[in-house]
Every structure is written in C-alpha cells, then in structure tokens.
Design a binder for this molecule. Structure first.
Ligand code: PLP
Length: 392
C-alpha cells in the first residue's frame, strides 16, 4: 500500500486512524503520536526547570514555531509571529492602521469565515467602511467582482485563500495585484489552505498571511500565525501591543512603546507555550510529506468524492475545477444533517454545515478505500432511512 502511495508511510503516526475514518481536517487535523512525547517534555521542563525553562527554551519557541510555519509558505525567517487564534491576528493587523481618513474601506466577501466578518464589522465604530462582496452560488465570488470593489479608498482586503464553506480557491494573486495598484493591503487567511494547498507568500507578494495549525497542519488548538511582509514589518506599529513587542522587554521601561523587530514586534504578552509543544510534531510531518505531494493526492481524493456523489445524484457544493478546489468536498445528500450524525456514530468523522451539507476533508493520511467506504456508509444510512441512493 505504501509503495503505491508513499504518503501512507505517515499513517502509523496518527493513532485515531486505527479506529475511525478520519475526514475532518477542515475542522481538526488528526493528532500525530509525537504529541504523546512533546507534551510530557513540556511538563518535565515545567516540573524540573521551573521558571528557568523560559530562558532555556520557552522564550525562543515563539520564533521557532513561527519559522517552522513560515517554511511551509516560503516566508522569510523572522516574518511570522504566533498568536492564539486567527481572529486576534486580524485585530493585530487592524491596530496597525488608522480608519479616520478617506482611505478607510475594508473589502471582504460574504464567504469569509464569520468570525473574520464579526471582527471587521466591529471596526465600523473605529471608522472602517466595510464593503461586503456577495456570492451568487454559495461556492465562489467572481474574482472580477472582488477586483471591482477594491478602489482608491480601500485600505484592507481580508480574504480567505480557500473558502471554508465550499473549498473554493480564490485568485489571491489577482486580488493582491489589484490591491497594490490602488494602495490597499491584503490579509490572506490561509487557515483552509496551508498544509493542503501550496502557499507561497513571496510569490504572491501578499502583505499579511494568517491562519492556524489545528486543521491541515495537524498542530492542535492554540497556535495561529501572522506573516507580515518584511518591508511592512519594519515600519508598522501595531497599537494592539505589549511587552513582547518592546525593543528591550526585560528593561521594563515605563512610558511609551519602543517597538522591537519582527516577529515579536507583532506579539503582545506571554505566549501559549503548551500550544507550541502540540504544534511541532505536525509541522515536522507536513514538511516531510511535502505540500506538493499532499496537494496531488488531495486532488485525486476530492475528484473521487465528487464522482461518487454525482453517481448518486447528490448536490456537490464544491468547485468542479480541480485547480480551484481545496481539500474539502461538501455534499448535500438527502437528510444531510441526520446522515452526518449517523456517520459520526459509526466513526466516520465529518461535519455538517447549513447551506453546504456534509463536509468530507480527506488528508494525506487517508486511503482511497476510506473514501469508498465513507460513501458506502452513507448509502447504508440512507437505505435504513428508507431513502434510496439517487432519490434527492
Ligand atoms: C478560513 C477560516 N478562518 C478563520 C477560522 C477561525 O479562526 P479562529 O477561531 O482561529 O479565530 C476558521 C475556522 O474554521 C476558518 O476556516
């Protein structure tokens, strides 16, 4: 099995695969067994080294984890800071800008992750003029529509690289180019891309890239990242700041902020050290597996899911073009919500989203047989419900 598909060589690294059909990487990637080793390491350091652990290891880890994430998206060393979640990364970016002048428009699409919208809607009270570009089909927003909305008054464009609802891969390059032509900045949310779809922040020349490690990077909750393009990183001054960002944090100076260098310049206070220990094993595996290899396999698996859904006449809420499709296929079969609950009961781990259906997100550790089995399980569930395959 592993010679035909070298990525299956990593399968024993993920204990949950022995007991379940794990296809929910869009929500929470499988835990690498290396975490059984890294978390006790953290505990031992705390228990035996106590406060000395900060200067021996913990203080440096934010930068190390940032660089490990950065290496997967071709970010220069020192350009990625780590935070608790993506929503707070948006807040750091917003705090670098002033919304009181004429350039105060924020352009985003209604396919962004809702938390991102809630955050930017909240910036209206700080002067942001939020402009929402709408989808017609719930799968994508035409690129032209995004480009037309970005104008000389646009300050920021917070956009998803891969849309969480449909796995549509937005044309980040075209959007960044338009934004730069008119003097705007793009905040690219790579949560649903990095680890499954190649991201190259330098080739995209993107201003900011954000995301978290808990989905496609198999890193568990508690670590998110913010890449700031180095030329901006040197000059931006986030107002959401703290002592980690100070040029000399251990001088404990009083008074106004004196900014240090990136990546710590974009951080605030004490970081989530246990999260770093859970993040490292997954990042190592993803780098070894190689995102190009993961992507090639992902395209095959999502194509097969679509084929199986089409054969049964189920509605597919994912792009048909493999080049525009990320790692998830949302399928709206009859009684989708109930089917999803029953799949979970039968250890096929997927999720359900209203207006999308059941989301199947196979990753590099899944087999083609598991794809067949997951859909065969849906057939069985529907037949026990008295709904024949194909009867929508
Ligand atoms: C594209 C995208 N952005 C952001 C988030 C959530 O961000 P956080 O909870 O880290 O603020 C998600 C979670 O599913 C997501 O899919």
């Amino acid at each position: 099995m592993t010679t035909a598909d070298p990525l299956l060589h990593f399968r024993p690294e993920f204990p949950i695969l022995e007991r379940t059909t794990y296809m929910i990487s869009n929500s929470l990637g499988a835990m690498p067994k290396g975490v059984y080793g890294s978390v006790p390491e953290y505990c031992d350091e705390w228990a035996t080294r106590g406060v000395r652990a900060w200067e021996e290891e913990w203080w440096m880890m934010a930068r190390e984890v940032g660089d490990a994430i950065g290496s997967i998206m071709n970010a220069p060393a020192g350009s990625v800071s780590v935070h608790l979640n993506v929503t707070s990364c948006q807040a750091v970016v917003a705090s670098c800008f002033d919304f009181s002048g004429p350039r105060n428009k924020v352009v985003y699409s209604d396919l962004n992750f809702p938390s991102i919208m809630y955050f930017w809607e909240g910036q209206r009270s700080r002067g942001a003029r939020v402009h929402m570009v709408k989808t017609d089909d719930g799968i994508h927003v035409p690129t032209e529509r995004m480009l037309d909305a970005i104008d000389e008054e646009t300050l920021l464009v917070p956009m998803s690289h891969v849309v969480f609802r449909s796995a549509y891969i937005q044309d980040a390059k075209a959007i960044v180019e338009k934004a730069h032509r008119v003097g705007a900045h793009v905040v690219l949310d790579c949560f649903q891309s990095l680890g499954s779809v190649p991201v190259d922040v330098q080739a995209l020349n993107v201003d900011f890239a954000v995301g978290g490690v808990l989905k496609w990077l198999c890193g568990g909750p508690g670590t998110s990242y913010l890449h700031v393009r180095p030329d901006l990183g040197k000059k931006l001054e986030p107002k959401l700041t703290g002592w980690f960002a100070h040029e000399n944090p251990f001088a404990f100076e009083i008074g106004a902020m004196k900014y240090g260098e990136p990546p710590l310049r974009f951080m605030q206070g004490t970081s989530n050290v246990p999260g770093f220990f859970t993040a490292m094993p997954g990042l190592k595996i993803i780098r070894e597996a190689g995102v190009e290899n993961i992507r090639a396999k992902s395209k095959k698996m999502t194509a097969r899911l679509i084929e199986l859904a089409d054969q049964r006449g189920w509605r597919v809420n994912a792009p048909r073009d493999p080049e525009r499709r990320g790692g998830t296929v949302a399928i709206d079969m009859p009684n989708s919500r109930e089917v999803c609950s029953e799949l979970l009961r039968r250890d096929v781990l997927v999720d359900f989203r209203p207006n999308a259906g059941v989301r199947f997100s196979p990753h590099f550790y899944n087999t083609m047989e598991e794809i067949e089995r997951a859909i065969a399980t849906v057939d069985e569930i529907l037949s026990t419900m008295g709904v024949g395959a194909g009867a929508k």
